[in-house]
Design a protein around this ligand. Structure first.
Ligand code: MCA
Ligand code: AMP
Length: 495
């Protein structure tokens, strides 16, 4: 059986640079050699990991990809976890996925070691792996499960989205074709590496094409702008919050700096926005500043990318374009009718080879999320003059902040642990920078007091930074319907 496609392709550009930083360069050949050694380490005496779940806690860069390829080459399932998550969040991902191994760099290994010890999970410090005896690696069929990504939804705890090698290949090939990736492309990588946007759209498409990635440990705006002005990139991909921050930075820069940086942006062949709605005003401001027309696309962890404005042709502000190659999209009304006319709203449903296999260990949730073979996204859209426009989500309990999908229910469950809070309702309120701001409306216990800074302090270590409420409103009682259930539209109306 041939190698998994990633590996087969990497052989054909062995000498090209896959990752470069200010001080290092790693070729595709380096990634192949390093991943073979790590795969042998993972396997030990075994011939095949047979879908052992392996959590990955390594910053973006060549070591992340070497570890990812090692997991796949050895027959494991990769479970990337968030570098900045809290210990309870890590524990949930490790126990829910049943991870047998955690791979971390030295810094993260020190942080997660106590948890691994408590859960009796093997911890591999990737920085300490310098050699391993060569080993024959197993054949991996495309239908094997390859990755579990945790995504928040309408349940209080995140669900594991399982994709196969074939699913990922379909997602990558669709984007490589639509956006005409090539080996001459160069892209910065500053997005988190536990979501599709960073993993598939940036890293996997670049590696598939033999292109070069420049990784940053975090969204380091000054460092990225320095590289933009040096014409380091041909493609740029980011969430709307980042474009808002870039606009603020350009407006604050001196006239000379602005001219130099804008020239770097203007030369790129493609700039993409996605993961959350890009306000038409931001789209237009960006064009006015740089001359670039952002290409907005729409996707989801369960399906990869589904809709995109065209590389060549009209990129319409406020719209997400048309179905990508290999992806089928339909709209279905609440009454169960398939929408055929323009201007009639419906839920976006998606079918195609990139659609995930199932939620990990959740057969009921998996079955409910499909409608006759079509994945139900929970997003509403309308087709106008041939292009889809996203109208919002069916569930008020899903919040998008800074490009992260958050469950209001998960945040509510955490806040209810607070000793002063009797009841709470969490909603997302519109925010110019973050898209939505996490907002908590709470009823306190008798004689208790609480302000925003005390609440935020208490949340640290319990919730990731982007889940911590930005706004707090204390009320005497929460609005309820006749059945006694809290009504979120009425909660929203309090603002
Ligand atoms: C951080 N802060 C926030 C938020 N996050 N404030 C309000 N709302 C938030 N969501 C605050 C922190 O408390 C901190 O405040 C300050 O901002 C800086 O925090 P830091 O984490 O350093 O922020 P940053 O590095 O500037 O991060 C902003 C970011 C990041 C780069 C936009 O949120 C990010 O990488 N988002 C992308 C997520 C992503 O890739 N999503 C894709 C999933 P203080 O200074 O007071 O301490 S969606 C997906 O994959 C689908 C398939 C798709 O379609 O793409
Ligand atoms: P996630 O589950 O984190 O992959 O987030 C997927 C969700 O992000 C989708 O269901 C949409 O609600 C939202 N999303 C992604 N891209 C866009 C976009 N261009 N416009 C509006 N919403 C988007």
């Amino acid at each position: 059986m041939p190698d998994i496609p990633f590996i087969a392709r990497a052989h054909s550009h062995r000498d090209s640079v896959a990752f470069r930083t200010a001080t290092t360069k790693h070729t595709f050949g380096d990634l192949l050699d390093r991943s073979a050694m790590l795969a042998a380490t993972l396997l030990g005496e075994a011939d095949d990991l047979n879908e052992t779940r392996i959590a990955l806690l390594v910053p973006a860069g060549s070591e992340y990809v070497a570890a990812q390829w090692a997991i796949w080459r050895a027959g494991g399932i990769k479970v990337p976890i968030c570098l900045s998550a809290t210990e309870p969040e890590w524990e949930y991902a490790l126990t829910d996925s049943g991870a047998g191994i955690v791979i971390a760099d030295a810094v993260m290994a020190a942080k997660i070691a106590p948890l691994c010890q408590r859960l009796a999970v093997r911890l591999i410090d990737i920085d300490a792996v310098q050699s391993a005896p060569a080993k024959t690696l197993p054949d991996i069929a495309p239908e094997r499960r390859a990755m579990i990504l945790y995504t928040s939804g309408t349940t209080s705890k995140p669900k594991g989205v399982v994709t196969t090698h074939a699913n990922m290949q379909a997602q990558i090939e669709s984007l490589v074709q639509a956006w005409e990736w090539s080996a001459t492309d160069r892209i910065p990588l500053f997005l988190p590496m536990h979501h599709i946007h960073g993993i598939i759209n940036v890293t996997s498409c670049a590696l598939w094409s033999g292109a070069t990635i420049e990784p940053f440990a975090r969204f380091d705006l000054p460092a990225i702008l320095d590289r933009v002005r040096a014409d380091a990139y041909t493609i740029f991909m980011a969430v709307p919050t980042i474009y808002v921050k870039l606009i603020q930075a350009l407006e604050a820069a001196s006239a000379d700096d602005r001219v130099a940086i804008v020239a770097g942006f203007a030369k790129m062949r493609l700039m993409v926005s996605g993961s959350a709605a890009l306000p038409a005003s931001v789209h237009e401001q960006w064009t006015a500043l740089t001359g670039q027309k952002l290409l907005e696309r729409y996707g989801m962890t369960e399906i990869g990318m589904a809709l995109s404005n065209p590389l060549r042709g009209e990129r319409r502000p406020g719209s997400v374009g048309v179905p990508l190659p290999g992806v089928e999209v339909r709209l279905k009304t609440e009454a169960g009718e398939i929408v055929t006319a323009e201007d009639e709203p419906g839920e976006i449903q998606v079918r195609g080879p990139g659609v995930f296999r199932a939620y990990w260990n959740r057969p009921e949730a998996s079955a409910e999320s499909f409608d006759d073979g079509w994945f139900r996204t929970g997003d509403m859209a309308v087709r106008e003059r041939g292009y889809y426009r996203i109208m919002g989500r069916l569930s008020v309990d899903i919040i998008k902040s800074g490009g992260y999908k958050l469950s209001a229910l998960e945040i509510e469950a955490a806040l209810l642990e607070h000793p002063h809070i009797r009841e709470c309702a969490v909603i997302g309120l519109p925010d110019d920078t973050w898209g939505e701001a996490v907002t908590a409306v709470v009823v306190l216990k008798e004689n208790a007091t609480l302000d925003l800074s005390a609440l935020r302090e208490w949340c640290k270590g319990r919730l990731s930074v982007y889940k911590i409420p930005q706004r707090l409103l204390v009320v005497a009682e929460l609005p309820r319907n006749a059945m006694g259930k809290i009504t979120k539209p009425a909660v929203r109306a309090l603002f």
